[in-house]
Design a protein around this ligand. Structure first.
Ligand code: UTP
Length: 294
């Protein structure tokens, strides 16, 4: 069965991005001129998803307004004859079917996913995190759906990370079973480098079965006192094999300021309307400040 529903948990506190996230979700911070969340929604739409559930928390109104019509703005643009901009804002409001459920307390990503159980019902679904941006020719989620459709199994996006960084991620143990695919044998949340079973990190894209919900319902808090999705996946492994898929594409961790800046600069340099002037400016800056590596 093709995946039609996507769950986007956006109820985290975004502490790595304070104070910008004090009164708005980090998913609304723009990369160049588009909120992060729109890149993620576009990836899912291009992959074939047509139903979105945002798991929201407090201060998420900006996000709800963003995917809705704005009467005053649209009237203004229409009166001024700014038809291109009018089309742009109208497209965003009608690009997808959006639903919301509230996570009343930020108890962890696992708990946020659990909040989606009624909406998802009894079918496989996708989870996409706004912290991870993937720029690729074939959308990352589409690549994963192809693996899911071929195997009928849950699929998790994975990526090799530098060994010293493993403690920032969920890390898998597994054996290769095909092109870019691994059969996962274990998962560990944020291990110390000396304890990590591999350098293959879980990235924020998942294709999950509904069986994950009863597991999440009974899961005790894990690392950081949060209900961890990684712990639920570990339980799921006891019932069904899970595939780790090393997707093709460039991944940016936009959940922290450094990754966010890298994404902003690289995406700006990939745009025809910006790369000329902005590229020259960057080149000049690098020369003037002596920033070239030795
Ligand atoms: P993170 O741990 O990266 O998000 O969770 P965070 O807590 O917002 O960020 P920091 O670490 O404090 O800066 C990964 C994803 O899970 C969501 C977040 O919104 C993010 O998309 N999340 C996390 C929830 O929806 N609810 C939670 O209780 C926790």
């Amino acid at each position: 069965m093709p995946i039609k529903k996507a769950v986007l948990p956006v109820a985290g506190l975004g502490t790595r991005f304070l104070p910008a996230t004090k009164a708005q979700p980090k998913e609304m911070l723009p990369i160049v001129d588009k909120p992060t969340i729109q890149y993620v929604v576009e990836e899912a739409i291009k992959s074939g998803v047509d139903d979105f559930l945002f798991v929201t928390g407090k201060d998420k109104r900006a996000l709800e307004d963003y995917f809705d019509h704005s009467g005053e703005l649209e009237r203004h643009l229409s009166e001024k004859g700014k038809t291109e901009l009018l089309e742009l804002v109208q497209t965003i409001a009608s690009m997808c079917q959006v639903h919301y459920v509230r996570q009343k307390k930020p108890l962890g990503l696992g708990h946020a996913v659990y909040c989606a159980r009624q909406h998802v019902g009894n079918e496989y679904f996708a989870v996409l995190l706004g912290d991870d941006l993937v720029i690729s020719e074939v959308p990352c989620l589409r690549q994963m759906m192809d693996v899911h459709e071929a195997t009928g199994k849950p699929v998790i996006a994975i990526r090799r990370v530098p060994h010293q960084n493993v403690s920032s991620y969920g890390i898998i143990a597994g054996k290769p079973v095909g092109d870019r695919t691994w059969e996962i044998t274990d998962l560990v949340e944020k291990p110390k480098p000396e304890d990590a079973p591999s350098d293959l990190a879980v990235i924020g894209r998942y294709i999950l079965p509904p069986d994950i919900f009863p597991i999440l319902e009974n899961l005790p808090p894990g690392v950081g006192g949060e209900i961890q999705l990684t712990d639920a996946l570990r339980e799921l492994l006891k019932k069904t094999p899970i595939i780790g898929y090393e997707f093709e594409g460039i991944r940016y961790d936009v959940g922290d300021p450094k990754g966010f800046l890298v994404a902003t600069v690289e995406i700006a340099l990939s745009r025809d309307d910006l790369k000329g002037d902005f590229g020259k400016y960057l080149g000049r800056l690098v020369r003037e400040r002596g920033l070239l590596p030795e």
